[in-house]
Design a protein around this ligand. Structure first.
Ligand code: NAP
Ligand code: ZN
Length: 348
């Protein structure tokens, strides 16, 4: 199917309109008319080749929501007209130990990303949600149970939501725990909402003084401006868990020193340049850990969507037309987004 899309031909070129082809609907496929697509910082890292390895043309977008227009002959879980989502993955090997455990994001043979992933479809790598339609294997399609009028604000759950829900859930965050969320951007603002809904005492860490009141409104119990030494000092040794979503290289010691004995800081941000090596003393004295976490599996993504529907959680969004995408990226780099851009696919 000929499909309208927006993408870049090189890392230093702006995104532009392009026509792409979606494969014919196979027996296990679901064809989706995309209504909205969130704008993740990973889109920017990829399209500008900040991580290297970007294949062009690059059509980003992995926070996709829309409606089913066709299903393959073997598809039983989805019907034409249903509201569905697609996140960061569109395939995985389905036979390794991680896939067997429902952790497709850790597929030992490499999951297939929604964009920049391997595929036999033209042009030889996957093309994402900055497009009008997509065809996806039914195992990687999610059901959306939020009210239809919240659909645009549901889109960011497909990456920002699951990337924060998964570590909060894996490390069993809940009542009686003090939890920090560092970086109040697309991921971080979801982390605050979800950790609050899980019952934790939530402290938001931001470099942006102007996000103080917002962070409280998002559900934080306290806000710390991390550039303020005295505010940071007051939090020393008090956290069970810290979720660090910062998209840029920074000093991790400022946060490991805030953990209690046996506390863990999970990094989900993937900055272009590495963080300075952390102080090992901070880890040894207190048996503290630094860990990482990657998005979430398909079953867990459905669990997160259902959790958010039940707790009435959606993202705080600013809707844009696709033609404004480069400006949106520039604003994202300046931390000037409250708190996720979402593309109205009608503008394609
Ligand atoms: P975002 O909306 O740009 O938010 C990042 C936030 O980090 C900013 O809003 C800002 O918050 C803070 N920040 C930025 N520069 C900083 C600096 N120099 N020092 C301290 N704080 C800084 O980005 P996002 O979409 O949430 O993505 C965050 C990162 O996670 C990206 O690197 C992205 O690629 C990565 N990611 C990882 C996964 C995964 O599976 N692990 C999934 C999706 C995204 P304040 O204004 O509050 O300081
Ligand atoms: Zn993402």
């Amino acid at each position: 199917m000929n499909t309208k899309a927006f993408g870049a031909h090189a890392g230093d070129k702006p995104l532009e309109a392009m026509d792409i082809t979606r494969r014919d609907v196979g027996p296990h496929d679901v064809a989706i008319d995309i209504a909205f697509c969130g704008v993740c910082h990973s889109d920017l890292h990829t399209v500008r080749s900040e991580w290297g390895g970007t294949k062009y043309p690059c059509v980003p977008g992995h926070e996709i929501v829309g409606h089913v227009t066709a299903v393959g002959s073997d598809v039983t879980k989805f019907k034409v007209g249903e509201t569905v989502g697609v996140g960061c993955m569109v395939d995985s090997c389905q036979h390794c130990a991680s896939c067997a455990d429902g952790l497709e994001q850790y597929c030992e043979n490499g999951f297939v990303g929604t964009y920049n992933g391997r595929t036999s479809d033209a042009p030889g790598h996957t093309l994402g949600g900055y497009s009008s339609h997509i065809v996806v294997d039914d195992k990687f399609v999610l059901k959306i149970n939020h009210p239809e009028d919240q659909l645009a604000a549901v889109a960011p759950l497909l990456c920002a939501g699951i990337t924060t829900y998964s570590p909060l859930s894996h490390w069993k965050v809940g009542p009686g725990q003090k939890v920090g969320v560092v970086g109040i951007g697309g991921l971080g603002h979801m982390g605050v909402k979800i950790a609050h809904a899980m019952g934790a005492h939530v402290v938001a860490f931001t470099t942006s003084e102007n996000k103080r009141q917002d962070a409280l409104d998002l559900g934080a119990d306290e806000v710390v401006v991390s550039r303020n030494g005295d505010e940071m000092k007051a939090q020393r040794g008090s956290f069970d868990f810290i979720l660090n979503t910062v998209a840029a290289s920074h000093n991790l010691d400022a946060f490991t020193s805030l953990l209690k004995r046996d506390g863990t800081m999970v990094l989900v941000g993937v900055p272009e340049h590495p963080h300075p090596s952390p102080n090992i003393g901070n880890l040894i004295f207190g048996r503290r850990s630094i860990a990482g976490s990657l998005i979430g599996g398909i079953a867990e993504t459905q669990e997160m969507l259902d959790f958010c529907a039940k707790h009435n959680i959606v993202a705080n969004i600013e809707m844009i037309d696709i033609q404004d995408i480069d400006n949106a990226y520039d604003r994202m780099v300046k931390n000037d987004v409250k708190y996720r851009f979402v593309i109205d696919s009608k503008s394609l």
